[in-house]
Design a protein around this ligand. Structure first.
Ligand code: GLY
Length: 355
């Protein structure tokens, strides 16, 4: 079993091994003291894995309740978190009890937020079931729901007590969902790891890349838990990606938005002389090979206007993440009015393409 210590203010373990779902209860005992857990899952994941998770927690002596909600980004709202809190209250969960997220990024973000709010904070455990959640969302303590004007605009930092990744769960993932996780893997390579780019290039399977990605992410989170500096690098592709998700009415997956967002950042960086040549071409090849989109019909003007609502905006300043060479990206502070001209060069190459 791979064990990664995430040394945040309150440290925790991220464990990676096939078959962990059936040992979740026993392993959770290492991290939480309570007698009861409430497992949150969407209807799809509940149908596949909730029974096994409940049995595992019951075998370890926990009383296990569940909260099941409709799948998709549309559920990522305060109203659903409120229902989760009311269910915990109805079940009488106390301060020593624990919330468990069983699912992808939406479930993890909402359950983490509910755990942070319930009784001013109870323990929670992440059991990610998607590649994206395993390599990114479940580690680092970002929790949030969306507001009508944009993604993740209401949330807090609240670290889990443990992260349990079972790569066998990837077997049931539809290919577009597996692919969107690869967008975050490629993002980690583009931010800080030429070695990871080499492994992706050589065709490594998603499951083999989980532990290394958690190491990359946890290293950054440990140095900047509250995202005052270095952690902003993890937003590579996200300012543009979130705008694309919103422009599409959330009909594209988060990872698909991030994939195109990474390419916008790379192309704009190369064209403005901030990045060495060749980075865009390689990232495009890697994303395409893993089944991700490499273009969008939305124009630079539309994307720039969508990105102005991004929470990384501070007054009329915006921090964008731009690649500067292979396996290295940097933060770039620009004025709001510089955003559209920065990405305008992408029209016809990444943006503004015929649908
Ligand atoms: N997903 C980016 C972060 O956790 O900071």
């Amino acid at each position: 079993m791979e064990s990664i210590n995430v040394r945040t203010g309150i440290p925790y373990e991220a464990l990676v091994e096939r078959g962990l779902l059936d040992r979740a209860g026993e392993l959770a005992r290492r991290a939480v003291k309570g007698r009861r857990v409430m497992i949150a899952a969407d209807e799809t994941v509940a149908g596949l894995y909730l029974g096994r998770a409940e049995k595992s927690f019951a075998r370890a002596g926990f009383g296990a309740a569940s909260f099941v909600f409709p799948p998709g980004e549309g559920s990522k709202r305060l109203a659903v978190v409120e229902k989760m809190l009311m269910e915990a209250d109805r079940r009488g969960l106390t301060r020593t009890d624990c919330f468990v997220s069983l699912g992808g990024g939406v479930t993890g973000d909402m359950t983490g937020l509910a755990a942070a709010l319930y009784l001013r904070g109870v323990d929670f455990i992440q059991i990610p079931t998607t590649l994206l959640a395993m390599v990114d969302a479940s580690v680092g303590g970002k929790t949030a729901v969306n507001l009508p004007s944009g993604k993740n605009l209401c949330g807090t930092f609240y670290q889990p007590r443990m992260v349990l990744c079972d790569p066998a769960l990837l077997n049931t993932l539809p290919s577009p969902i597996l692919a969107e996780g690869m967008a975050e893997v490629i993002k980690h390579g583009a931010i800080c790891s030429p070695a990871l780019l080499d492994r992706i290039q050589s065709g490594a399977a998603a499951g083999e890349l989980i532990a290394d990605n958690i190491r990359i992410k946890s290293g950054i989170v440990e140095r900047d838990e509250r995202e005052s500096g270095e952690r902003k690098l993890l937003n590579l592709g996200h300012t543009f990606g979130h705008a694309l998700e919103k422009l599409s009415g959330y009909s594209i997956y988060h990872g698909e938005g991030v994939a195109v967002g990474i390419l916008i950042a790379a192309y704009a960086a190369e064209r403005s002389g901030r990045c060495e040549r060749g980075v865009f071409d390689e990232l495009k090849r890697l994303l395409q090979a893993r089944g991700l989109p490499v273009g969008t019909p939305f124009t630079a003007a539309e994307i720039a206007s969508g990105a102005m609502n991004d929470k990384k905006r501070a007054g009329d300043q915006l921090t964008v993440v731009l690649p500067e060479r292979r396996g290295r990206s940097a933060l770039c502070r620009i004025r709001a009015e510089e955003l559209e001209p920065l990405i305008a060069c992408c029209d016809g190459e990444v943006t503004g393409l015929c649908a």
